[in-house]
Design a protein around this ligand. Structure first.
Ligand SMILES: C[C@H](O)[C@H](O)[C@@H](O)C(=O)CO
Ligand code: MN
Length: 418
């Protein structure tokens, strides 16, 4: 399309006047993977018990037809979504998505072989995999506690699950020659005011220490821990709070996972990135969008999304921050949800890479805060969209809203027949 080329040439010249090299921004962007979460494709159901209840204080609303019910269906949907998103990304899998051929395998008995079909798929697509033990939607987590449970037997079951998952993740990392990030999120907490806040936290720390006792080469697997402010049914107390995991990650050299929907409504993770990276080597992000009680709306091109990406790029943190997504919406086409959220995240990264940061930094250093604010407003009018369209075209994915036509065709031909 010649007008995309023309618009890009015009944009390239405009950015060059601000000292920004659009070609270099594009080259950087294509190398930044975004870890797409498998659970947007089936409302966090997984394949262990697809019609079972989703527990753990998370909820998916909506009943859009056509959700994936088998590993093959989920992979086909991911193939379709990934074909509409520029760049090479990753897949983030939960343990409850094991491909066991219909056989019931308990979570403390999961093995790498139960994820072989995912590994083969990722190898063929030349993408990396990330992983998560699943501590919810299971009878042994029914009262809201897992690794911090007061019952030793229940704790041991979940500890064994954590140990299995790290080995599975290491097998994925080895097979794909690409380190897997394994994120530990446990729903443990209580609806009403507990008397004992200390005991569960001591037990959670001890359980994690046992899980992480086996040393695994970081070239194969890196562990992350994820905090939360509250969940449905854990409104008064969450064992794994922010302070708990920040301390745990610092002391035990783990990655800290910051989920954008897991803090007070006026608290933003964009401000936390440079703070926690003073104390931990690497972090994982769960890019999400909190709306009132829900921490997991589909990511859109918000101010906070842009601020997160600006912080990563301005701080020179691209090697230390792993970008993952975490949202689930069953009220709209699930493939469209992936595409909207991942394209928005990638576009926000591009905007950050196109920022004339050197000029802004200079004004700030000189104390010229008037110029800093004025230029922050002016650069919002630079033609980043022309660079984005050009980037999409060069990566063989639809430009602009054309991707939606492809999702609608797939819905008619595939989803509507499920
Ligand atoms: C399904 C995920 O593990 C989950 O969303 C977790 O990361 C979370 O954010 C829970 O609120
Ligand atoms: Mn999360």
């Amino acid at each position: 399309m010649p007008n995309i080329e023309q618009a890009y040439q015009f944009a390239r010249d405009q950015y060059s006047e601000w000292g920004v090299d659009t070609e270099s921004a594009i080259k950087q962007l294509v190398r930044i993977p975004i870890s797409m979460h498998c659970w947007q494709g089936d409302d966090v159901s997984g394949f262990e018990n697809p019609d079972g209840e989703l527990t753990g204080g998370i909820a998916v609303t909506g009943n859009y037809p056509g959700k994936a019910r088998t590993p093959d269906q989920l992979r086909a949907d991911l193939d379709q979504a990934m074909a509409l998103i520029p760049g090479a990304h990753r897949l983030n899998l939960h343990a409850s998505y094991a491909d066991t051929g219909g056989k019931r395998v308990e979570r403390d008995e999961l093995q790498p072989e139960h994820f072989q079909s995912w590994i083969d798929w990722a190898k063929q697509k030349e993408i990396g995999l990330d992983f998560n033990p699943t501590f919810f939607s299971h009878p042994k987590s029914a009262d809201g506690f897992t690794l911090s449970h007061q019952d030793k037997g229940i704790r041991e079951f979940w500890i064994e699950h954590g140990i299995c998952c790290r080995r599975i993740a290491a097998a994925m990392g080895k097979a794909l020659q690409n380190p897997c990030i394994t994120n530990f999120w446990m729903p443990d907490g209580s609806k009403d005011t507990p008397i004992d806040r200390k005991g569960p936290r001591e037990r959670l720390a001890a359980s994690l220490n046992t899980i992480f006792a086996e040393s695994i080469d970081p070239k194969l697997n890196k562990d992350a821990v994820e905090c939360k402010l509250f969940g449905l049914g854990s409104e008064s107390y969450v064992v794994g709070s922010h302070e708990f995991y920040l301390g745990y990650a610092v002391r035990n050299k783990k990655l800290l996972c910051l989920d954008a929907g897991h803090f007070h409504p006026t608290e933003v993770i964009s401000d936390k990135i440079s703070a926690v990276l003073q104390w931990v080597d690497e972090i994982l992000l769960h890019v999400s969008r909190g709306v009132r009680w829900d921490s997991d709306h589909v990511v859109t091109f918000t101010d906070e999304l842009q601020a997160i990406m600006q912080e990563i790029v301005r701080g020179g943190y691209l090697e230390r921050v792993h970008i993952g997504l975490d949202f689930f919406d069953a009220s709209i086409n699930r493939i469209a949800a992936w595409v909207i959220g991942t394209r928005a995240t990638s576009r926000a990264l591009l905007h950050a890479l196109l920022e004339p940061t050197a000029i802004l930094r200079k004004f700030e250093a000189e104390g010229n805060l008037t110029a800093r604010l004025a230029l922050l407003e002016e650069i919002k009018n630079l033609p980043a969209n022309a660079v984005w369209d050009y980037y999409c075209q060069n990566n063989d994915v639809p430009v602009g809203r054309a991707w939606l036509d492809e999702v609608q065709t797939y819905e008619q031909q595939i989803l509507s027949k499920r």
